[in-house]
Design a protein around this ligand. Structure first.
Ligand code: PGA
Length: 258
């Protein structure tokens, strides 16, 4: 992680948690952050939840006075219209939501999300002042075929199509090798760092790049100690406060290697 940047510790709760469980998480978070306020000061904490939970989580964070941001996990690119079941970027902004995960591999795989769609959504997020967290990453087949770099490069370039370089600092990429998501297999830190550097070489800007894929308290330190990884997008290990904050702690404790 670059020495002057705060790590971004983004929880991706996926399709987990009821309203009661989400409120319980925030109460526990408040309790633990009271003991360790430096975690919220020295790291950017973000909770990405299912859309109906967003105002609930936001309200709970406000009640506890926690400086923690809230993000959606997907949205439409259109502002409004006849898109039954979709979530509007205008509504997210109206609700005071801070960020949105775009192009997660589960969205690409199960909901036919395309590079073009991710590009349109990234532009819409920027227009509405939401921080886009754009996910990219290769499948196991692509990695074994030696196609990792070409695939990641094409996903990053497609996401950035038509966006001015001045705006690259307003978005975040998450490198999430698909074979590492929810599998317990983590990409080795030097390799994750290499691919994250590839992304930074393409943007040529101070774009933050996160690593995601089975990040846990036991491996987060090594990953975030690399020169280019600016934080994590954390699925399974973000569902409980102990692991989530343990990861944040490793993020603030690891000085950059290079
Ligand atoms: P995981 O998920 O940490 O459970 O592997 C990461 C993600 O899908 O964002």
């Amino acid at each position: 992680m670059p020495a002057n940047n705060k790590p971004l510790i983004a929880a991706n709760w996926k399709m987990y948690k009821t309203s009661g469980e989400a409120r319980g998480f925030v109460s526990e978070l408040a309790k633990q952050l009271q003991q360790a306020p430096e975690l919220a000061q020295q790291a950017d904490l973000l909770l990405c939840a299912q859309s109906p939970l967003l105002p609930i989580v936001k309200e709970a964070l406000k009640q506890h006075g926690l400086p923690v941001q809230v993000g959606a996990q997907t949205m439409e690119s259109h502002e409004e219209g006849a898109y039954t079941g979709e979530v509007s970027p205008k509504l997210l902004a109206d609700l005071g939501i801070d960020a949105v995960i775009l192009g997660h591999s589960e969205r690409r795989q199960y909901y036919a999300e395309t590079d073009q769609g991710v590009n349109a959504k990234t532009k819409a997020a920027l227009q509405h002042g939401l921080l886009p967290i754009v996910c990219v990453g290769e499948s196991l087949e692509q990695r074994e075929a030696g196609e990792t770099d070409a695939h990641v490069r094409s996903q990053v370039q497609a996401a950035l199509e038509g966006i001015s370089q001045a705006d690259y600092v307003k978005l975040v990429f998450a490198y999430e090798p698909i074979w590492a998501i929810g599998t317990g297999k983590t990409c080795e830190a030097p390799e994750a760092n290499r691919v994250c550097q590839l992304i930074k070489d393409i943007t040529g800007a101070e774009t933050r790049v996160l690593y995601g894929g089975s990040m846990k308290p036991g491996n987060a330190g090594e990953l975030m100690a690399t020169a280019t990884i600016d934080g994590g997008l954390i699925g399974g290990a973000s569902l409980n406060v102990d692991d989530y904050l343990a990861i944040a702690r490793t993020g603030i404790n690891e000085p950059a290697n290079v």
